[in-house]
Design a protein around this ligand. Structure first.
Ligand SMILES: *[C@@H]1O[C@H](CO)[C@@H](O)[C@H](O)[C@H]1NC(C)=O
Ligand SMILES: *[C@@H]1O[C@H](CO)[C@@H](O)[C@H](O)[C@H]1NC(C)=O
Ligand SMILES: *[C@@H]1O[C@H](CO)[C@@H](O)[C@H](O)[C@H]1NC(C)=O
Ligand SMILES: *[C@@H]1O[C@H](CO)[C@@H](O)[C@H](O)[C@H]1NC(C)=O
Length: 418
């Protein structure tokens, strides 16, 4: 009994040691992320092996922001492993719907993974922020994520927003390959003429998002007030999931033009600003309005009656993987279709990261059967600047070159909704 206790105590002290560093870092107001995940420097690879090279023919660097809420920790970790590549940057955030212990647990999972620690490119937001996808608080969280990612690294090319319910339809080697030959200023935004958005009063109705001033997640409330339609700018909208260029994120976060700030204040009292803000900023800015592609590369099936996306399952598998999308949403936790994607598309071993050219001890020879059974660990590191696309990556590359042609024919993709 006493031996058992002393073991438990030893374990608790060890955990406490790790937690303290994370909690302290999370509690400080200075940018804790700088040393957040990388305080165990002895495990990090030398700089030359983990900093991506950025020549004209090098693959791009993607900056992923993954947000989740209560109970999403495992989903976020699984998604992280499915989209992991040492070149990229990752920022994970669990909102105030989650307990501090969930945030700590997520940070601990990241910290205890040899690969994530070696490359030091995964960061977890340690503080608790309330937000609601329907309100301005979610927009503030997205802008903060972009600001943090800009602070962590200036090497990235595109900002990708994901939630815990998203999943990739291609391996990172394929995605990075396809993006390599694209102009880095393109913004993948979907301007849906979705039912509901045509209803002007939805935009003109004033709402209040209490998450801007409460510590805990709260519901949005609608006021009876209706305001008149703006005439200083036109409103654009579509899907809240997008892939935005670094130049555009810098413009929104730290730009000298006042438009992004003015619109931020205007959309504070509009429902679903994430479906409107970036669309409206980009289409009202002369220097960015020609950079949009009317496709966010997401696979979503909209339910015509409710106007919400349908949960994807195994019956959507073939349509999903043969589409030109890069991500799909939303999935239920542990849905069988995710295992199907892991096995056939990503070649991801259970609990492991997606193999790529950067991980020498698996690579091409890792057969699905043997890799799915062994817990993955990458013990010899390859060159992170070399990628090896599969068939899916080559197909996406062709699709992108067609997109480029189409874009030259039709410079502007903005469709006003109000
Ligand atoms: C955007 O495209 C329009 C129409 O093709 C063109 O007139 C305008 O000069 C372009 N703007 C920029 C900044 O390239
Ligand atoms: C998959 O989703 C569709 C639409 O939501 C539903 O009709 C179908 O029954 C689901 N199939 C399975 C196997 O769950
Ligand atoms: C892959 O398999 C081939 C033939 O079985 C072998 O020659 C090669 O060394 C293997 N490569 C790796 C990286 O294991
Ligand atoms: C990788 O896994 C093998 C077998 O599971 C194990 O023997 C080896 O020590 C692991 N290597 C690292 C670096 O964790």
């Amino acid at each position: 009994m006493s031996r058992h206790y002393s073991w438990v105590w030893g374990y608790c002290l060890w955990l406490l040691g790790i937690f303290t560093s994370l909690v302290l870092l999370g509690a400080l107001s200075r940018p804790y992320f700088q040393d957040g995940v990388s305080d165990q420097t002895s495990f990090e690879l030398p700089i030359s092996m983990r900093v991506p090279s950025k020549g004209p023919n090098d693959p791009p660097v993607l900056a992923y922001y993954v947000s989740g809420s209560h109970g999403d920790g495992k989903k976020v970790l699984r998604l992280l492993k499915a989209i992991y590549h040492p070149r990229n940057q990752y920022l994970l955030q669990l909102d105030a719907g989650s307990a501090d212990s969930e945030r700590r647990e997520l940070a601990l999972w990241v910290q205890s993974d040899t690969v994530f620690r070696a490359y030091g490119n995964v960061n977890v937001v340690g503080r608790s922020y309330a937000f609601n996808q329907m309100g301005a608080s979610a927009l503030a969280a997205t802008l903060q994520a972009a600001a943090l990612l800009l602070k962590i690294s200036t090497d990235w090319d595109w900002f990708v927003t994901l939630s815990a319910s998203d999943y990739p339809l291609l391996a990172q080697d394929d995605i990075l390959h396809a993006f390599t030959f694209l102009p880095r200023d393109l913004n993948f935004i979907d301007f849906t003429r979705e039912t509901g958005w045509s209803k002007r009063q939805l935009i003109n109705q004033i709402i209040v998002d209490p998450n801007l001033y409460f510590k805990k997640n709260s519901a949005i409330f609608y006021t009876a007030e209706i305001r008149t339609r703006p005439d200083a700018f036109r409103i654009f909208g579509g899907s809240p999931w997008m892939i935005l260029s670094k130049a555009f994120m810098e413009y929104c976060v730290q730009g000298w033009d006042n438009l992004p700030r003015k619109l931020l204040m205007y959309f504070t009292n509009v429902a679903f600003p994430l479906k409107l803000y970036f669309h409206t900023v980009i289409c009202n800015s002369p220097e960015f309005q020609n950079t949009t592609v009317d496709n966010n590369l997401w696979y979503v099936i909209w339910d015509a009656t409710t106007g919400k996306p349908l949960k994807l399952n195994i019956s959507d598998y073939y349509k999903m993987v043969s589409s030109e999308a890069v991500f799909a949403r939303p999935f239920r936790e542990g849905d069988p279709v995710l295992y199907e994607l892991d096995k056939n598309v990503l070649n991801r071993p259970r609990d492991g990261v997606v193999p790529g050219k950067w991980c020498l001890d698996r690579g091409m020879n890792a057969s699905i059967d043997s890799s799915i059974t062994r817990k993955d660990n990458c013990s010899s590191w390859g060159d992170i600047n070399v990628i090896e696309p599969g068939l899916h990556g080559l197909k996406l590359g062709t699709f992108f070159s067609n997109l480029g042609t189409e874009r030259r024919l039709r410079a502007k993709h903005c469709h006003s909704i109000a």
